[in-house]
Design a protein around this ligand. Sequence first.
Ligand SMILES: *Cc1c(COP(=O)(O)O)cnc(C)c1O
Length: 396
Amino acid sequence: MTTSLPPIPMSSPDLTEAEREAVLAVLHTPNLSMGQEILEFEKAICAYTGAKHALGVNSGTAGLHLCVHAAGIQDGDWVLTTPFSFVASTNVILFERATPIFVDVDPRTGNINTQALQEAVRDLCAGGASARRWLPRAGVKGDAPRLKALLPVDVFGQPADLDPIRAVAQEFHLKVIEDSCEAIGATYKGAPAGRLGDYGVFAFYPNKQMTVGEGGVIVTDDDEAAAIMRALRNQGRAPGDTWLQHTHLGYNYRLDEMSAALGKVQVARLDEMLDKREQVARWYEARLSEIPGVETPSILPDTTRMSWFVYVVRFAPEIDREWVSKELKKRGVPNRPYFIPIHLQPYVANQFGYREGDFPVTEDLGRRGLALPFSGVMPEGDVERVCAAIRDILRA
Ligand SMILES: *Cc1c(COP(=O)(O)O)cnc(C)c1O
């Protein structure tokens, strides 16, 4: 039974005339990079998050990479992180030839399991045999404990349990990089996501809660780190360097003026856009929670505000997700498995010797999770269509 209705988009940016005008206005000036727009965009992010410094960058990945630098992570260092994430959170560790050490996740949220994380930190810092059970089978350089930082991810717009993470980081003098690329606007015990570690990063790809096209932003209260990252973003130019003098080996991670102008309007509309996403999530919840075999997202009490990024459901183990996925596509409903575990991505598994079974909760969520079409501009009729299709498929 294929319908002739138009396909439902997987995600859509929420744009208005104001965004279009802001971008066009930049094109009437000669300043397309490093002008007024990025400064104003960064100021708006500081105001929204309460951060002392905000640095616009040309992707969330670039932002995380600069944080890895700022944390002083080098060749062979260890960084504790989650295998249940988008690959970029681990890639930025690999960029610096450091070793990602994974800790399995909380089955309720998909966020890193903080009890296991605390245990892992103690063991890894102790070194020797106790450390070994957390280390990957291959790819570890040397025996000495080299844990430098923790990199939790706020998965699907729900903040990780950052209080215990921060506590153990403090005890062992570790930096915390919060990957909030999926969580701008969320709050944890009332505090904004992205502000719970030493550095936080938000990403603005078109499927995120707000977009600039391609871009991201780093937030931090650390003056020294902000200065280093500002230089590295701009080809390693330190303050006082001229255009062709470079103090450090840097990158071109600059955010252009058109994107910054777009971002400024999106930040001003962020709360309104998050409310719309919340409404769409409620429409889904009301319908899907009635269907046996479908598990809707669970939001913990510490998540004082959820920032809905994607809408991921889990099917009961006896339901064949691949079959449901295919049947949904036949009915014009796109969908994606979310996530394929990072430790099982071929290049990660090869380098570090990870195997299926190493992180069972992550693998279970990866097998049962399916992201449904979702955005703040999704009409209730489309939500109904998706849910009716699921009902119909599961009845078969
Ligand atoms: C989107 C995302 C990123 C990277 O953002 P880009 O802007 O695409 O580079 C990093 N981490 C997580 C968890 C993400 O979802």
